[in-house]
Design a protein around this ligand. Structure first.
Ligand SMILES: CC(C)(COP(=O)(O)OP(=O)(O)OC[C@H]1O[C@@H](n2cnc3c(N)ncnc32)[C@H](O)[C@@H]1OP(=O)(O)O)[C@@H](O)C(=O)NCCC(=O)NCCS
Length: 163
């Protein structure tokens, strides 16, 4: 069956945590806490967008948008992004991120920012810049798409991302 993307609905909460855990589990960079992030953002009223990819009724992927700041400007952060291993490599992760970016653009924020692998996000238009820092330091994993103004300054993600 062809997969599609829809907004999170009531009842998806547990499966979103499962999909996030299963996707991140094999990754060396995982700290084992990613699965808790969608729920923490939801509880904090900071889950601005929560999209799921579904195959029939089965949730196979997820992406979140949350508020972030770049310097004094209001931006949005993309992530976590997860696709179940059996469904990876079919364009689902790219489609989830692209949809989230399109929604973010309609929000009228400065842009979208994330920490992730440039090899994946660079293909989706994200650009790394040393003018962006996180906790005062630049990083090759810190990447942005700018809608308005400059991608310049220290990035402040929602507090749930720092534990
Ligand atoms: C990253 C992720 C969401 C991509 O989902 P997906 O549905 O496989 O993505 P797509 O099919 O749209 O794109 C897959 C392509 O991206 C590449 N890719 C996926 N993850 C990558 C990574 N971390 N680094 C570099 N390339 C990556 C794949 O090799 C594939 O390349 P190909 O098309 O040349 O074969 C998925 O691999 C995943 O859930 N990974 C575990 C969790 C994770 O790492 N999340 C992102 C954290 S920053």
């Amino acid at each position: 069956m062809k997969w599609k993307i829809r907004q999170e609905q009531e009842g998806d909460e547990a499966v979103i945590a499962d999909v996030t855990r299963i996707a991140f589990e094999p990754k060396a960079f995982s700290d084992g806490t990613e699965e808790t992030l969608p729920a923490k953002l939801r509880e904090a009223g900071a889950l601005i967008l929560s999209l799921v990819a579904v195959n029939g009724k089965t949730v196979i992927g997820h992406v979140a948008l949350s508020p972030a700041k770049v310097g004094d400007a209001k931006w949005l952060a993309v992530g976590p992004v997860s696709v179940l291993p059996d469904h990876q490599g079919k364009g689902i992760g790219s489609a989830l991120v692209n949809h989230a970016v399109a929604v973010a653009q309609a929000y009228g924020r400065g842009g979208v920012v994330l920490e992730g692998d440039p090899a994946f996000y660079g293909r989706l238009g994200f650009v790394q810049s040393d003018a962006l820092t996180h906790q005062g330091k630049p990083s090759r994993h810190l990447q942005a798409i700018t809608f308005d103004g400059d991608a310049e300054g220290d990035v402040e993600f929602h507090p749930v991302f720092s534990g």
